[in-house]
Design a protein around this ligand. Sequence first.
Ligand code: AMP
Length: 650
Amino acid sequence: MTFQELGLEPMLLKAVTEMGFENPTPIQEQTIPQLKDKSTDMVALAQTGTGKTAAFGLPLLMKLDLNSRFTQSLILAPTRELCVQISKDLINYSKFLNGLRVTAVYGGAPIMAQIRDIKAGSQVIVATPGRLIDLIERKAIDLSHVDVVVLDEADEMLNMGFKDDLDQILSNTPPTKNTWLFSATMPREVERIASKYMESPLEISVGKKNQGAENIQHIYYTVNQRDRYAALKRIADFYPDIFGIVFCRTKAETQDVADQLIKDGYNADALHGDLSQAQRDLVMKRFRSHTLQMLVATDVAARGIDVNNVTHVINYNLPEEAENYTHRSGRTGRAGKTGIAIAIVTPREVNKIRDIERIIQNTFTKADVPDGVAVCEKQLFHLVHKLHNVEVKDDEIETYLPKIYDELKDLSKEELIKRFISEEFNRFYAYYQNSQDLNIGNDGNNGKTTRFFMNMGELDGFNRNSIKDFLVEISGINARVIFNVDVKNSFSFFETENKHVDEFLALNKKGIEFNARVISFEVSKAKPSGGYGEKRSYGGGSREDGRRSYGGGGGGERRSYGGNREGGGERKSYGGGERKTYGGGESRSYSGGGERRSSYGGNKEGGERKPFNREGGNGGGERRSFDKPSGERSFSGNREGAERRKRFTK
Ligand code: AMP
């Protein structure tokens, strides 16, 4: 079917052809012939990206009397962005029509200028409901000649609390008008509007009811809460050409995630309601022009975003309302393109995935967060590809070439390639070589890590950070693979990757002492932490009693081993060359009282460096703050330092 066969007016046909529309989309095939001739109401179930703007815009333009200056069509949309987009589209379709005036009216912009535009005579007004009510109340708009009202993204408008406004607007327009309603989902409120204000509407549906677009692949990763951000980073690293939207639940979370990404050298920015309109416009402008790779947004701020070629929609947190998932994922897979919608969930949230599956009538695939090897490989080939396609500025480098050739003359082509690649590759290889597997099962267990019990705790002066320092010191194992540290009174737990189990067990044989007690490690039978169904059997005294010999200290007497320098002074080793003693004398102090030479997590200057930062030192990779008991990552750090770096030069 062609646009011509649908009966599109020649001047409109010429314009859409110029815009690159070759054939009508399914929804356009259904609406154009019906709406252009008939006087009918219509309810259309359609996602954004299906071509719905042209589906109502083209027949609407064919119905207008361009010789009249009365407002004949009213289009309501939930957001300023969408209003602007719709007016732009209408202006583009009508490029070869004379006399059309379209005015967009929305909140957050001076109302007087909008009133002047309306007074000048616009056949089409595109409005957000709130601003239109304002104009109606000021008697600045005459709706008595309106014969078509379009409700675009009706479900969104109702979600945003425009119910009363819509009622008021619909009752302020002539009863003879036709109403065309578009909605991605059909909740009861939308059905109520349809039955209250429409007469035997034409019902159109593209795709099944409430179904997400078919060209979107829905996947989810199950990770611990503390690894949410690390998982996001892996996604960004695994898809170097990502052009995506990261959805968060709150404004604060949105800002924090964006800040963290920026700090880690990614090309990201935030979009949420606490930003001024000018700031939001700037962010959107950068995103639209692909200057920005990752837009971190709240649901509300991202409503109506109409940007093509979004490759990924990432649910950093699932939406409060499962229904909103459709709107989020609908931002990708537009205009026939494919898209990937990723949800990062904790085991506790897997049931929400099931709820969403019911709504979108589609299934999610549980996938694995890419591991370090996969990321390195992806980055490597991305680099090769970039190298292959890089623009060479012959004139600019010509003068330097003789010197360069001379310096590199000993190297074969193979050697040269290896060196150029290694220059970049080494950096991310170094970062990812010891990277942790972030995946866990939906039951919260990953089968890839082991939980250890150790006979030292708070009473020995340890806290979460100092015990980790201590473990690194005695085992030589990287701090990154010691996690979920949980310090109790007289003992502690921590987790490590299975491959390090033997190394810890081997330490038992060394008889390492801490203030005269031999440290022991045991594989714990308790489930890994993470909060799901964890039943600790250690709360009581049995283990404590069995293992500790405090020599009658008891009661409320707290000992601070690490901080206490007396007594331990010159003691270096007891019984056998292999033994080491900690906690005494001039040795390092691991307790809160002593001077900490190295600090992890809490220390903002520290942190592991993001590997791909060309600028080096201050990238601040997977920084963690361990001061929250749940081990949640803290994003609150160091906003001022958030140096905006473009990570990938295009
Ligand atoms: P919409 O669902 O109206 O937001 O449209 C999604 C995108 O598809 C917009 O960028 C349109 O310009 C584009 N589009 C709409 N109709 C067609 C068509 N018939 N052929 C190609 N692209 C289209």
